[in-house]
Design a protein around this ligand. Structure first.
Ligand code: UDP
Ligand code: MG
Length: 319
């Protein structure tokens, strides 16, 4: 019997590209013997006619499934919904914009057949991406890999094929604030990396801006590491030590040379410096407390408005 593969494709305002994505992907996967492919498109609260495009495809092709959210929940929620709805032996997570070349799918299958649990794509170049974005991205990897026990692969994108065992492991992590790049690494298993040249987006536009990327980077660090909290303790310790040395030095100085002229500048600098550090520390604590608050509320990761995938749990309106 053929093995089954589900292609999980999160889409947000991708009406121009969905049909092309299907055609190009189908041209590749229909030639792979021994595997049956199915599509799980996730309409992540698009404001355009993405859902119409998905329904049109589903009407023509039995293997096309879609899940439509009640609003935009973000790509991470889309990936989670797709993995949850999948019942296949293997799952591929890929973007709709054809920046993840479908031509790599046969190599991914070959990697799984070699015995790997996961075959993931890794960009070797960042052509078409701004120098500033590339620099921040490389800083993010350096910082997060230094702070966190979970090491993230630089250049890794969310394009990968995984076995059922690994998908079940990912689904067992039921945190609300999902950072897939970290989760994929955290669950472990044996990953084969396939390098590829960055493909520029030809249709549609990127959904990221600087603010959302910054938030994403912060999530990446905060969700997998408590090192910033430890840094606050260290900072407090070092400042206390320095103050202690300063006090002793002042006492000795006063005893030997008598009372000095009052140092307003020194006092003001110390107060402002400490004020800044305290605000910064409260900010870091706040970031963690905010995340605890969101987790404790235990809200669903996404809400389904409509879907044509009924044999799985997703026909439940709430995940
Ligand atoms: N995406 C999504 N929800 C969002 C933002 C993006 O499902 O809130 C999807 C988007 O439709 C695309 C993929 O995530 O299929 C990657 O987005 P994009 O191409 O904008 O990111 P980039 O390639 O620029 O990193
Ligand atoms: Mg893209």
């Amino acid at each position: 019997m053929n093995k089954t593969v589900d292609l999980v494709v999160p889409c947000y305002n991708e009406q121009e590209v969905i049909a092309t994505f299907y055609n190009e992907t189908n041209a590749v996967v229909s030639k792979i013997p021994g595997y049956d492919f199915r599509y799980i498109f996730i309409n992540d609260g698009s404001r355009d006619n993405s859902i119409g495009e998905m329904k049109a495809l589903a009407a023509l092709h039995d293997e096309v499934g879609y899940i439509s959210f009640s609003r935009n929940f973000g790509k991470e929620a889309g990936i989670y919904a797709g993995l949850k709805a999948s019942t296949a032996d293997l799952v591929v997570v890929m973007d709709a914009d054809l920046q993840h070349p479908p031509a790599m799918i046969p190599d991914m299958i070959a990697g799984i057949e070699e015995g790997h649990d996961c075959v993931a794509a890794k960009r070797t170049s960042r052509t078409g991406e701004g120098a500033v974005k590339s620099w921040f991205s490389s800083m993010f990897y350096k910082l997060s890999n230094r702070l966190s026990d979970v090491k993230m692969e630089e250049g890794a994108v969310d394009y990968r094929m995984m076995t059922r065992q690994m998908i079940n492991a990912i689904l067992s992590l039921c945190e609300r604030q999902r950072f897939s790049k970290g989760i994929f690494m955290w669950v472990g298993f044996d990953t084969k990396w396939i390098p590829y040249e960055n493909v520029e987006r030809t249709i549609g536009t990127t959904k990221w801006n600087f603010k959302s990327l910054f938030k994403y980077a912060l999530d990446g660090i905060m969700c997998f590491s408590t090192a910033p909290l430890r840094m606050v303790s260290w900072m407090g310790g070092v400042i206390s030590l320095l103050s202690f040395i300063y006090i002793i030095a002042t006492i000795i100085q006063t005893c030997i040379f008598g009372i000095d002229v009052p140092g307003y500048v020194t006092t003001l600098s110390a107060v402002l410096f400490l004020g800044g550090i305290i605000e910064f520390s409260v900010g870091i604590l706040g970031e963690y407390i905010g995340r605890i608050y969101l987790e404790v509320k235990d809200r669903p990761i996404y809400i389904v408005k409509e879907t044509n995938i009924h044999e799985t749990k997703t026909d439940d309106p709430v995940e």
